[in-house]
Design a protein around this ligand. Structure first.
Ligand code: PLP
Length: 427
């Protein structure tokens, strides 16, 4: 154990996940690469943790942040804040939410917490529908609605949460059904649930489950759910913390693949928009956002320096069509990874959309998860200069690939070749 690792262990919580037997200290980055304290270079196929959306040390973001920091870092929400208004205007437009209001937070957890506050106040109900296997953050309320059991065994959240089938297509009671029958079964399950409870305030769902192993329901599930939700006046909250900003390639927001009936009632976002700066937030139509009878502040939400990062990062993303790049390069990468895993009896599935690709490992010939092999693949890839992620909670045997959206074809080929060797070496 090196000195920093030892000091980390003595002062930080045991439950703070740390990758690798010999954890890395990353000291700098550029483009799709990062370097550790020993000077080793790595291709970053996890984009920080889906936070480096465009590229490490993107010059426009660095310039915007340093210029803003030289003028003013923060003034609080008690005063008018030009970059905050400008970023809110752009996100409101991009969200397509009618008469949208945007509230900035410092994390995805706080964004979801705010969405829950809004939904429960608006609907006057503290019952929430959430998806099995979901992850929504680690505040008291977010853990309380998180379906991924690995994260919430100790929660005593006062929210009543009802878990809905459908987030995971490949496991669970309806796994053998085709897509249409699967959606019909999940809708019946939802109706059945609603027949036995006070009307919940909202359904919260990740369009593609992130921590849960990059699993996606069949397209159309949330549109079918919505018809049922509308009949009960239940709000639909899309947690776009991992799926927003074009990461899934075909769509700017993950919900667009699943629900053609227009935007959800509430959208939450974080991770990539600040390119590593702590920017999260909530979009909701004004009737919902303004239902709180409060006169409140957010001390660090929307600080000038983080908003400057968000604006520069979003401008770069749109001007360089990084969503299109995610679709094209992601399409190629998933094909390469499928080919690499084709003969591997321990790979159950290579799945994904755009630059959000999961490789699920199971013990050969069984349905049993194989977290030891996943950890071994991470180590083997790292030894060859490639960083990837894995799922959390009960999805730790899913390898997660989510590079910055500017990934080049050559980098995709290089990373796929390393992963192919890492898979072969750990069979
Ligand atoms: N929602 C989703 C879908 C997430 O993946 C995460 C984090 O991984 C969160 C919420 C929580 O975000 P944060 O870690 O910024 O609090």
């Amino acid at each position: 154990m090196n000195d920093l690792h030892d000091r980390h262990r003595r002062v930080l919580p045991d439950w703070l996940a740390l990758y690798y037997d010999r954890p890395l200290e990353i000291t700098h980055g550029e483009g799709r690469h990062v370097w550790d304290a020993q000077g080793n270079k790595y291709l970053d196929f996890f984009g920080g943790i889906l936070t480096t959306m465009t590229a490490h040390a993107l010059p426009e973001v660095t310039k915007a942040v340093s210029e803003q920091a030289g003028r003013l870092v923060h003034s609080s929400t008690l005063y008018l804040n030009r970059p905050m208004v400008e970023l809110a205007e752009r996100i409101a437009r991009l969200s397509a939410v009618p008469d949208a209001r945007v509230f900035f937070t410092t994390s995805g957890t706080e964004a979801n917490d705010t969405a829950l506050l809004l939904a429960t106040a608006y609907r006057r109900s503290n019952t929430i529908l959430a998806m099995r296997n979901s992850y929504h953050g680690r505040s008291f309320s977010a853990v309380g609605i998180t379906g991924n059991r690995g994260w919430s065994p100790t929660s005593l959240s006062p929210l009543q949460t009802l878990y809905v089938h459908g987030g995971v297509r490949t496991r669970g009671p309806y796994a053998s059904l085709d897509d249409t029958a699967f959606i019909a079964a999940c809708v019946e399950d939802l109706k059945d649930l609603l027949g036995h409870t006070r009307p919940p305030a909202a359904l919260i769902a990740e369009p593609v489950q992130g921590v849960g192993g990059f699993t996606s329901p069949p397209d159309g599930l949330y549109a079918a759910f919505r018809e049922v939700l509308n009949a009960y006046g239940i709000l639909w909250i899309a947690d776009e913390v991992q799926t927003g900003w074009g990461r899934t390639g075909d769509h700017f927001w993950g919900w667009q693949a699943h629900d053609r009936n227009g935007p959800p009632d509430i959208v939450t976002f974080a991770k990539g928009i600040g390119n590593g700066m702590s920017v999260g937030g909530v979009v909701a139509r004004s009737e919902i956002m303004n239902c709180l009878d409060a006169n409140s502040i957010s001390t660090f939400g929307g600080t000038q320096v983080t908003m400057a990062a968000g604006l520069a990062n979003l401008t770069h993303l749109l001007e360089h069509d990084l969503q299109g790049n995610a679709r094209r390069v992601g399409g190629l990468l998933i094909e390469r990874l499928r080919a690499a895993a084709a003969q591997d009896p321990g790979v159950r599935e290579v799945r994904g959309r755009g630059l959000m690709i999961g490789i699920e490992l199971t013990r050969p010939g069984t349905d049993e998860a194989d977290p030891d092999r996943a950890a071994a693949v991470l180590e083997a890839a790292r030894a060859e200069g490639l960083l990837i992620g894995k799922g959390g909670g009960h999805s730790t045997s899913v390898l997660r690939v989510a590079p910055p959206l500017s990934l080049t074809v050559a980098e995709a080929e290089e990373g796929a070749a390393i992963l192919e060797r890492a898979l072969r070496g750990t069979r």
